[in-house]
Ligand binder design. Structure first.
Ligand SMILES: *Cc1c(COP(=O)(O)O)cnc(C)c1O
Length: 344
């Protein structure tokens, strides 16, 4: 077991968190005149539950974790930011991640004045723990691993991730934003075994709720408590909590979308490979295809002209001439394929 408290920044350890009205009284009462709210019923005149108990109960059932092992953020982006602020002393500590990957680790580190150390994935975008460990130093507090990885689309080798979990003495974050699209069970099952492990998942992708901003973190209760101490008191608003509860009641809809998106991914991948200007389509365990073109920038501009927007990743490490294409509806994918096949 790792001593989590010794990894937390000293000012955070010493912090006395804000105690909201809803933290100080949670029982049943008939008159609430403790929070300076408007007493007239609008549906939203009351502050929301700061710890989102009902929502966490439902998520716990679906994800097979305890409610106390869940943190909810205003998108997983909030969890990324809070983790760096909790564990990395600005101007001193560093975070480490393999590249190419999701851009927010770097941005959040930058905002916190935290140095970023990187290591390249290999040419198939695979992770090699031994290569990563060459870059770890005594100031490395967090390792971020994104699996399935954005923008490459592949899941990282589970044996390599486990190797990192067994050896690294800091915090390991496995970002599973795309877990619903891959066949792996993911790493939430390991949070009891490794108390330094944090899993990030989100309602933004498979659940179809990017607009409500809701991200999940799963970890042992000690880490969750650290995040709860430093989060804004009412970080998940009442509308978001309601929408998420509704969506969890109908998780069959999510499963149906995933099934359709996976079928379309397969069709799109095959069709792209037959198109002249496409050089390669990287295998994907997510809802997008990293695709190598003869001329990525030219193709991007050509598609924008046809009112089709893809993500240009050609300036990203190991992604020379690559566009990242999200799987759309069958009609949208047909429009893309039609446009590309007419390109000279
Ligand atoms: C889309 C994405 C997220 C989701 O972020 P939210 O803030 O929850 O919308 C997180 N991590 C990765 C790698 C992503 O691609």
């Amino acid at each position: 077991m790792i001593d989590i408290q010794s990894l937390v920044r000293k000012n955070i350890r010493d912090l006395k968190p804000y105690s909201s009205a809803r933290d100080e009284f949670q029982g049943k009462a008939s008159v609430f005149i403790d929070a300076n709210e408007n007493p007239y019923e609008t549906g939203y005149n009351r502050y929301p539950d700061p710890l989102q108990r009902e929502l966490k109960q439902k998520i716990a059932e679906i994800k097979s974790v305890e409610p106390t092992q869940i943190f909810l953020g205003n998108g997983s982006d909030e969890a990324i930011d809070l983790l760096i602020r909790a564990f990395c002393e600005p101007g001193l500590d560093n975070i480490l991640y393999p590249e190419p990957t999701y851009g927010m680790y770097k941005v959040s580190a930058g905002i916190n004045g935290t140095e970023v150390v990187t290591v390249d994935l290999n040419e198939d975008f695979d992770l090699e723990a031994s290569v990563l460990f060459e870059r770890v130093n005594h100031l490395t507090k967090i390792i971020f691993l994104c699996s399935p990885n954005n923008p490459s689309g592949n899941t990282l080798d589970e044996i390599e991730i486990l190797d990192i979990l067994r050896k690294f003495r800091g915090i390991v974050v496995v970002d599973e934003a795309y877990i619903d699209f891959c066949s792996s069970n993911g790493f939430a099952q390991y949070i009891d075994q490794f108390n330094n492990l944090i899993i990030l998942q989100t309602f933004s992708k498979a659940w179809g709720l990017a607009g409500i901003r809701l991200g999940m973190a799963f970890a042992n209760t000690e880490i969750i408590n650290v995040l709860n101490r430093i989060k804004p008191p009412y970080n998940i608003n009442a509308l978001t909590q309601q929408e998420a509860l509704k969506s969890l009641e109908n998780s069959a809809q999510k499963d149906k979308w995933v099934e359709e998106i996976l079928a379309e991914r397969e069709r799109l991948e095959k069709a792209l490979k037959d198109i002249n200007v496409v050089k390669r389509v990287h295998p994907s365990d997510a809802n997008f295809l990293l695709t190598v073109f003869e001329d990525a920038k030219g193709t991007y501009d050509y598609l924008v002209d046809k009112e089709i927007v893809v993500r240009d990743r050609s300036n990203v490490k190991l992604c020379d001439q690559c566009l990242r294409i999200s799987v759309g509806t069958p009609e949208e994918n047909d429009l893309l394929l039609g446009a590309l096949s007419k390109m000279k």
